[in-house]
Write a protein that binds this ligand. Structure first.
Ligand SMILES: Nc1ncnc2c1ncn2[C@@H]1O[C@H](COP(=O)(O)OP(=O)(O)OP(=O)(O)O)[C@@H](O)[C@H]1O
Ligand SMILES: [Mg+2]
Length: 225
C-alpha cells in the first residue's frame, strides 16, 4: 500500500476565548489517498475551516498528528512549514483571494516565483495552467476585469502551480451563481479524473458534494462518513 497523501491521527483543536473553551475538533482520525476527491460538510461553526487551516499549516493543533506525503507537519518549525505550505498544498478560497494589481498570469506565476522557479518556465506553465482552466486569452486581465467564475478559475490555476500533493478548497463555490458553480465543480472534478489531483473540499451544497467520491460530515467535533 502506498502511503496516504494525508493521514490525521487523534487530532484535536481547542480555542480559548477569555474563560470559554471551544473544541471544534475532538480526537479526529482521517486518511485521504492520492487521487481522491473528498467533500466535507457540516453545520456552520463545526470546525471545517479550522480543519483545513490545520492541514494547510496555517494553524497548529492542540493535540494529534498530521502527515502530508509522510511528513509529520505537527513536528516542524515555522522555518520548514512555509515550504510545506508552498510545495505540498494548493489553497482555493471562497472569495478567490487574487492579488488585484497582478493580472491572471502574474497571479499564477507569483506562486511559482515564491517556489524559486525561473521566469521563462513560470510564464510557460502559467499559460498552460490558464489554458487548462479554460482561460486562454484572459492572461492579461486583472481580477476586476474577470467574472467571479473566471476569478475562481485563476485561483484554481494558482493552486495547481507548484503541483501540490493536495488541494484544500474552502467553499470554493460559495460566492458563485448557479452556472459558475456548476462550471467550477466540473473543473475540479475533471482535474481529479483526468490528472488525478487530490482534492479536499468544504461545501455547504449537496449538489456540489455529489460530484466527489466521498462525503464526510463534521459535527460536534467528530467526523462521520
Ligand atoms: N481563531 C479562533 N479563535 C477562537 N475561536 C475560533 C477561532 N477560529 C474559529 N473559532 C471557533 O471555532 C469554531 C469552528 O469555526 P470554523 O471557522 O472552523 O467553522 P466552519 O465549520 O468553517 O463554519 P462555516 O461553515 O461558518 O465557515 C467556531 O465556533 C468558531 O467560533
Ligand atoms: Mg468555514
Amino acid at each position: 500500500m502506498n502511503e496516504p497523501v494525508l493521514k490525521i491521527e487523534n487530532l484535536s483543536k481547542t480555542f480559548a476565548v477569555s474563560k470559554n473553551k471551544i473544541q471544534p475538533l475532538n480526537n479526529i482520525d482521517l486518511e485521504i489517498e492520492k487521487g481522491e476527491f473528498t467533500a466535507i460538510m457540516g453545520p456552520s461553526g463545526s470546525g471545517k475551516t479550522t480543519l483545513l487551516n490545520l492541514i494547510g499549516c496555517i494553524d497548529k493543533p492542540t493535540e494529534g498528528k498530521i502527515r502530508i506525503d509522510g511528513i509529520d507537519i505537527t513536528q516542524l518549525p515555522e522555518s520548514k512549514l512555509y515550504k510545506i505550505r508552498r510545495d505540498k498544498i494548493g489553497f482555493i478560497f471562497q472569495n478567490f483571494n487574487l492579488l488585484p494589481y497582478l493580472n491572471a498570469r502574474e497571479n499564477v506565476e507569483l506562486a511559482m516565483e515564491l517556489a524559486g522557479k525561473f521566469k521563462g518556465q513560470r510564464k510557460q506553465r502559467a499559460q498552460e495552467l490558464l489554458r487548462t482552466v479554460g482561460l486562454s486569452g484572459r492572461e492579461q486581465h486583472r481580477p476586476q476585469k474577470l467574472s467571479q467564475g473566471e476569478q475562481q478559475r485563476v485561483a484554481v490555476a494558482r493552486a495547481l502551480a507548484n503541483d501540490p500533493a493536495i488541494i484544500l478548497a474552502d467553499e470554493p463555490t460559495g460566492n458563485l451563481d448557479a452556472a459558475n458553480k456548476r462550471e467550477i465543480v466540473k473543473l475540479l472534478s475533471d482535474l481529479n479524473k483526468k490528472q488525478g489531483t487530490t482534492i479536499l473540499m468544504v461545501t455547504h451544497d449537496e449538489q456540489v458534494a455529489a460530484h466527489t467520491q466521498r462525503t464526510l460530515l463534521l459535527n460536534q467535533g467528530k467526523i462521520t462518513q
